[in-house]
Design a protein around this ligand. Structure first.
Ligand code: F0G
Length: 452
């Protein structure tokens, strides 16, 4: 069959509040043209993020009831540990409240002034935690990643010759670890091949540098490997996931993505000494080592989520539904980052609205347009997010992130219809002026007015 159905039935529903275009005009202007300021109840389809916004299964909800809330040694912790160990093979498994807590602990231990962390592309919280420690974050994704229309099966790959050149230039002592983000969120949700991960591992071995993963979307990445990498089609996703983790000395994970939970994170370590130091920091700021800032019920939900996310019917549906959205947007005329990513589609707003210069935020204009037209909330990844040093980023993007197991195909068809209507009116779209520009992570709280 060509139709890939949602591989689940719906047992609980949550109402969406319908709004008219007129109401949305008013809501948008009261939110000062920043959809982060819009009350979620006023959003019809929320594509702001795929993080913590997924639906849990009946078995996860059953786990919530089973949660053991003992301070130390809770049953739920051991179930979580078994599930993560079965998936990754790691010895030291620390629960944290979300990905950035794992990052903060890791970079507090290995970062610091003078240190350099290479990555394919740092996600913004990863970069912020690296820089907060005093270290420098360097992105080394392959050159193909900067060409939106170029098709490449593994556009998230790290440029291995550049990595080796960096190590030679700066010296291995300044590089406490090499990190690779799977899938590469900041680069369009693009996967990294097994071949590339093995090549990075080989360079790390040569210079005796630990190799870490930012593994938020490890299952989606493994699915792409199974589909696209020669020789991998007959392996199970679980087997590929296991090999990916076995290549690494450690990993940070936000379980709000492929953990299929609303809150939770993991820090994985192989080195005993580093794990002991991480435990101490975990206790200092997150919680005891068997709960890490979470409730026992959250650990149960994660344990079950890590089982469900490697189910191949789920992954086939998940990746196909994102691809479907990308194909239709492209057919309308939008330039998107190609091929479609795993968790999101990224529209090139500069291509869509060439009349709006980067200084007037074409991405934000498109974000506002999508909200107005259909009540669809998306996120700018362009001059609003990255332009506070006065320099425009290479691309003015808008991300449509797809929450896991939340929207059906007809919801996605509605998004496509809204985007088509807006595309027809793109010549009339106007830019914005930023009226309040906070110093850090300004996309969350900046305010705007529309230029006429
Ligand atoms: N690393 C990557 C690649 C991410 O995409 C995220 C979160 C994090 C780390 C941090 O995890 O939010 O649990 O602290 N990404 C979300 C997003 C917020 O919308 O892309 P966290």
């Amino acid at each position: 069959m060509k139709t890939i159905i949602e591989p689940f039935k719906i047992k609980v529903v949550e109402a969406i509040r319908m709004t008219t275009r007129e109401q949305r005009e008013d809501i948008l202007s009261k939110a000062r043209f920043n959809p982060f300021n819009i009350h979620a109840r006023d959003v019809l389809i929320d594509l702001l993020t795929d993080s913590g916004t997924g639906s849990m299964s009946n078995l996860q909800w059953a786990g919530i009831m089973k949660g053991d809330e003992s301070y130390a040694g809770a049953d739920s912790f051991y179930r979580f540990q078994d599930s993560v160990r079965k998936l990754t093979g790691f010895e030291h498994i620390l629960p944290t409240h979300q990905g950035r807590a794992s990052e903060r602990i890791l970079f507090e231990l290995v970062g610091g002034p003078g240190k350099i962390i290479p990555n394919n592309n740092h996600f913004d919280t990863t970069r912020a935690n690296v820089e907060h420690s005093g270290a420098e974050a360097i992105d080394l994704v392959i050159a193909e990643a900067s060409k939106p229309g170029l098709i490449h099966p593994f556009k998230g790959n790290m440029d291995v010759p550049r990595l080796e050149a960096l190590i030679k230039e700066k010296g291995r002592d300044r590089i406490p670890l090499v990190m690779v983000t799977i899938t590469n969120n900041s680069g369009g949700g693009q996967p990294v091949s097994l071949e590339n991960l093995r090549a990075v591992r080989a360079v790390c071995d040569k210079y005796e540098i630990p190799f870490f993963l930012d593994a938020c979307r490890f299952a989606e990445n493994a699915w792409f490997i199974k589909q696209r990498e020669p020789g991998q089609a007959n392996r199970s996703v679980r087997d590929i996931v296991r090999e990916i983790f076995e290549l690494a000395d450690g990993a940070t994970i936000s379980a709000k993505k492929d953990g299929l939970v609303n809150i939770g994170g993991v820090l994985l370590l192989r080195d005993k000494n580093l794990a002991e130091r991480a435990d101490a920091l975990l206790i200092l700021t997150e919680g005891y080592v068997t709960y890490g800032g979470l409730a026992g019920r959250d650990l149960e939900a994660m344990a079950q989520g890590f089982e469900e996310v490697v189910e191949e019917d789920y992954l086939a549906y998940r990746i196909r539904s994102t691809e479907y959205l990308g194909e239709k947007l492209k057919a309308i005329g939008y330039q998107i980052i190609e091929p479609p990513g795993g968790h999101a589609i990224y529209i090139d707003a500069g291509h869509c609205c060439p009349q709006i210069p980067p200084s007037h935020y074409p991405g934000q204009a498109l974000v506002c347009g999508l909200y107005r037209t259909g009540g669809v909330r998306t996120c700018e990844i362009g001059s609003v997010m990255f332009g506070n040093n006065g320099k425009a980023p290479d691309l003015e993007l808008v991300r449509l992130a797809v929450p896991r197991r939340v929207y059906t195909q007809s919801h996605i068809d509605y998004v496509i219809e809204s985007a088509a209507e807006l595309f027809g009116q793109r010549d009339g779209m106007v830019g914005l002026r930023m009226t309040n520009s906070p110093p850090f992570l300004r996309h969350f709280t900046a305010t705007f007015e529309e230029l006429s």
